[in-house]
Design a protein around this ligand. Structure first.
Ligand SMILES: Cc1cc2nc3c(=O)[nH]c(=O)nc-3n(C[C@H](O)[C@H](O)[C@H](O)COP(=O)(O)O)c2cc1C
Length: 390
């Protein structure tokens, strides 16, 4: 997926790019998510030729062309007017899964109607407390969503200094003073301006509930989902329930005990508690503890098909990507998301060919080693020192 991030950066006004790219506090976790993938190495068994490669898999009763889903990300309408319906349509076209966020800029009904995605997943924040969530679940089931995601890592909004620096508040409000301050950056992005700014209504919360007191963040954080709500959701949702946002083995075990059908190892792309371990580093212990019982998904820092392959080799059933598809959305709307997803699948296929394996079961047997950049540097400098002595 070469240069997608850089192209997105050129397309988006800086404040909007930073909404996508930014993470909590010093953004240590976000960087760690990505660099941990780079520290994982494998060696190529040469002289092997595989014929057809099958990246397909079955996840929670759903057939996917690859172990890949688009993660729930709010605010897609700020990136491109194709917004969440475009993301769902692109996922459907490539045969991968898609998860809609409560904080989507379009309503879950609009996404279901346009997206053409059977078996969509819905990530439920308790917008308007439990009663609001109850209405959301009813609407989601009615619109055909089959799998529910409960994100448990967001009891408060993460501190995002990039957004604060630009004077942005959630839900995204392009007020006149803000727009005036941002004008120099916005005016140099004519494509974005022509698309998004002409349709400012797409920047709000598509799933906002009428008649619920309070606005924006008050409604989102007055009552957040906790462990107690798993049983509550179970009574109101007939499809699978996925708990998202875990990095600890204890929490993975608890999710199972409370009745989760799958878990998603995630630190919210580094956007909540900074200083957490990389998700790919947290994955193996969680897989050891629970993967025999339920599928384990992973997100955070996945930027290539080789990253997907590494996560599968370490025991993930599938991965979700967040920023990667938002870059595609920024570049070319729905077509851009489709291109990013196609490239990810192509890179995964190519990685499997180079490893000499034909399917995901074989990929799960591949051995990975950890070569941290610092230990490599230490070794290299030790060798230099030795040579110097000789
Ligand atoms: C702009 C943006 C908005 C997000 N909004 C949500 C959300 O509403 N609900 C949620 O569970 N996760 C949300 N996330 C986190 C993603 O679902 C996912 O965990 C994360 O993006 C994965 O990391 P990656 O971006 O490095 O792939 C958001 C992420 C981004 C970048």
């Amino acid at each position: 997926m070469p240069h997608a991030r850089e192209w997105a950066q050129r397309r988006l006004p800086r404040p909007v790019f930073d909404v996508v790219e930014g993470a909590a506090e010093r953004e240590v976790t976000e960087r760690r998510n990505r660099s941990a993938f780079e520290a994982l190495t494998w060696q190529q068994p040469v002289g092997v030729q595989v014929g057809a490669v099958d990246t397909g898999t079955e996840l929670l009763g759903q057939r996917l062309s690859a172990p890949l889903l688009t993660a729930p990300c709010g605010l897609a309408g700020a990136v491109h007017p194709d917004a969440e319906p475009g993301v769902f349509a692109a996922a459907a076209a490539t045969g991968v899964g898609a998860v809609l966020s409560t904080t989507a800029t379009r309503s879950l009904e609009q996404v279901a109607a346009r997206g053409g995605h059977r078996d969509g997943w819905f990530q439920c924040y308790f917008l308007g407390g439990r009663s609001g969530a109850e209405q959301l679940l009813e609407r989601a089931a009615g619109a055909g969503y089959r799998t529910l995601v409960l994100t448990l890592d967001t009891p408060v909004p993460g501190i995002r200094y990039r957004d604060a620096g630009h004077g942005l508040t959630l839900p995204m409000a392009y007020r006149v003073p803000t727009m005036a301050r941002l004008a120099p950056q916005v005016l140099t992005r004519p494509h974005w301006l022509a698309g998004v700014a002409r349709r400012p209504s797409t920047l709000g919360m598509g799933n906002g509930l009428h008649g619920v007191a309070g606005g924006g963040l008050d409604r989102l954080f007055a009552e957040v989902p906790t462990w107690a709500d798993l049983a509550w959701a179970r009574e109101r949702w007939s499809g699978p329930i996925v708990v998202k946002g875990l990095t600890r083995v204890e929490d993975a075990r608890r999710a199972l005990a409370e009745g989760a059908d799958a878990i998603a190892v995630s630190n919210h792309g580094g956007r909540q508690l900074d200083g957490q371990p990389a998700t790919i580093a947290a994955l193996p212990a969680i897989v050891d503890a629970v993967a025999g019982d339920v599928p384990v998904l992973l997100d955070g820092g996945v930027r290539s098909g080789a990253d997907i392959a590494r996560a599968i080799a370490l025991g993930a059933s599938a991965v979700m990507v967040g920023r990667a598809y938002l870059y595609g959305l920024a570049i070319a709307g729905e077509a851009g998301v489709r291109r990013v997803l196609e490239l990810l699948i192509h890179e995964l296929t190519q990685t499997m060919r180079l490893l000499g394996i034909a399917d995901l079961d074989a990929l799960r047997q591949v051995e990975l080693n950890v070569t941290s950049a610092s230990s490599f540097a230490a070794k290299a400098s030790a060798e230099v020192t030795l040579r110097g002595v000789r």
